[in-house]
Design a protein. Structure first.
Length: 150
């Protein structure tokens, strides 16, 4: 049951930008230009227009998907990246491996907002799922655990 709930949670987080998407046209040139200056390699992004912001979503074929939120005047509000443990900064990955020996990194959600970056790292072993949080300095705390279905 908890695995099912975790799967629903991950699915909801990953695709929430598409569920509540607004008008996908009329992105101001300034916002569009800021995005492509920051991500020149991205060619097939999806844009969404909300009442108070614009959102770009894209997938990197190699290893991650990303959502970028901009204010109406082009200010970067937040970023969300979803990727595998291999893309996690090495010192954080090492801290996780040391603190949670024997656990595999299943996925990472990196959130940048208000000039702060937080990593939510999903770990697993044979019996449990572990959600841990790390800041940019590599300080790791356990957020929650769930038993796997047997």
């Amino acid at each position: 049951m908890k695995i099912k709930m975790l799967s629903i949670y991950l699915f909801t987080v990953l695709f929430s930008s598409n569920l509540f998407a607004g008008d996908s046209i009329n992105i101001p040139a300034k916002v569009y230009e800021l995005f492509h200056n920051a991500f020149p390699e991205v060619k097939n992004e999806s844009w969404y227009n909300f009442h108070d912001m614009y959102q770009a979503y894209f997938k990197n074929s190699d290893s991650y998907s990303c959502r970028i939120d901009y204010s109406r005047n082009g200010e970067l509000l937040s970023t969300l990246k979803y990727y595998s443990g291999n893309a996690l900064p090495l010192f954080i990955r090492n801290n996780v491996a040391e603190k949670y020996a024997g656990k595999n990194i299943f996925s990472v959600t990196e959130i940048y907002a208000n000039n702060k970056t937080i990593y939510y790292i999903m770990l697993e072993d044979n019996r449990k799922w572990y959600k841990v949080e790390s800041n940019i300095s590599g300080e790791i705390t356990l957020d929650e655990t769930h038993f796997k279905a047997s």
